[in-house]
Design a protein around this ligand. Structure first.
Ligand SMILES: Nc1nc2c(ncn2[C@@H]2O[C@H](COP(=O)(O)OP(=O)(O)O)[C@@H](O)[C@H]2O)c(=O)[nH]1
Ligand SMILES: [Mg+2]
Length: 310
């Protein structure tokens, strides 16, 4: 447990930790009212949203009113505890299929969110959990097939792909059949990036679902939105639109190792209560970790880094 926590914290080092923890470089300093305002502004700037920012700062203010000796580090501990509480129940698992069918994980989201990379990372994890087939359902971009093929070769997992421009639902069908025939426990479908405001593209997802349901009425067992941590509050709207069109069952947050703060995570979770399954913490196949709310919350406030040196 500790090492996961530590590794997660490492990945988060550059994230919000930089913004909040860095600012709270005042860790040893006694805080004052200005510092609390600064924390509030930083949380707003990091897309934590009004409710979350206010809840966190109210908790710090309450403690400060009782204890004027409060230090930055204490404030960070309070903030992390409140954020962890907000994210209570957010850690989730992928759902398996029944009847010996493959458990389908369908990844959706906007362009560049990290769907293809996440599909590969998941394939690596799931391959050693009963086998996996990858389905290249991004038939929209010419380069998409090649990108996922390179991953499949590197990971040595079975890939089902189709021509550029082919019907992505037909590819999903073929990939499901291939997974079933091989007795693979999992099928991971990468899909084309789409703007949540483009209705025709969102309708394509309904078709994909209908086709999968013909194979297995319970498929896809997992319809997962991939959310880029650096995208900010716009991703709340995105998640809501994808949820309406595709009945999401969970989310995966990517690029938590980058400069993004992932603040919108709390907002999405508050609104949709979608389990956060995994967190992407880098570009390599092994850079996917089970989401850990506590490590995330502590990482946001810079509590998982060597702050003692300053
Ligand atoms: N640092 C970092 N980069 C990531 C992560 N996930 C994806 N990327 C990068 O983000 C870019 C877009 O990823 P891609 O999987 O092609 O996104 P897609 O358009 O949603 O399929 C690529 O350069 C990836 O290497 C992550 O967790 N951390
Ligand atoms: Mg892609």
């Amino acid at each position: 447990m500790f090492s996961v926590l530590k590794r997660f914290g490492e990945g988060l080092k550059k994230t919000a930790g930089e913004a909040l923890g860095g600012m709270l470089g005042l860790f040893r300093k006694k805080i004052d009212e200005n510092d609390i305002e600064l924390i509030e502004e930083t949380l707003f700037g990091a897309d934590f949203g009004y409710d979350t920012a206010v809840e966190i700062c109210d908790a710090i203010r309450r403690e400060y009113s009782k204890n004027r000796e409060l230090r930055g580090r204490d404030a960070a501990e309070i903030g992390a505890a409140v954020l962890e509480k907000i994210l209570e129940g957010s850690e989730g698992d992928l759902k398996q299929a029944s009847d010996g069918n493959p458990g389908v994980v369908c990844l959706v989201g906007v362009n560049g969110a990290g769907k293809t990379t996440t599909a590969a990372k998941l394939a690596k994890i799931l391959d050693s959990d009963g086998g996996v087939v990858l389905g290249a359902c991004d038939t929209f971009r010419a380069a998409a097939n090649e990108q996922i093929r390179i991953w499949a070769e590197r990971l040595n997992v079975k890939l089902v792909e189709s021509r550029h421009g082919a019907d992505s639902a037909a590819t999903a069908w073929d990939a499901w059949q291939a997974a079933k025939a091989r007795g693979a426990k999992w099928l991971v479908l990468d899909t084309a990036g789409r703007l949540h405001t483009k209705e025709n593209l969102m309708n394509e997802l309904s078709k994909l679902r209908r086709v999968l349901e013909k194979n297995d009425p319970e498929a896809p067992q997992n319809s997962v939105i991939v959310v880029d941590a650096s995208l900010g509050s716009n991703s709340i709207e995105q998640a809501q639109a994808f949820h309406r069109a595709f009945k999401l069952t969970g989310m995966i947050v990517t690029k938590l190792d980058g400069t993004g703060r992932g603040g919108a995570l709390a907002g999405i979770y508050r609104k949709l209560k979608l389990p956060i399954l995994y967190a992407g913490l880098g570009e390599k196949a092994e850079d996917l970790q089970k989401f850990n709310a506590r490590a995330y919350a502590r990482g946001v406030f810079g509590l998982e880094r060597p702050y003692d040196k300053s």
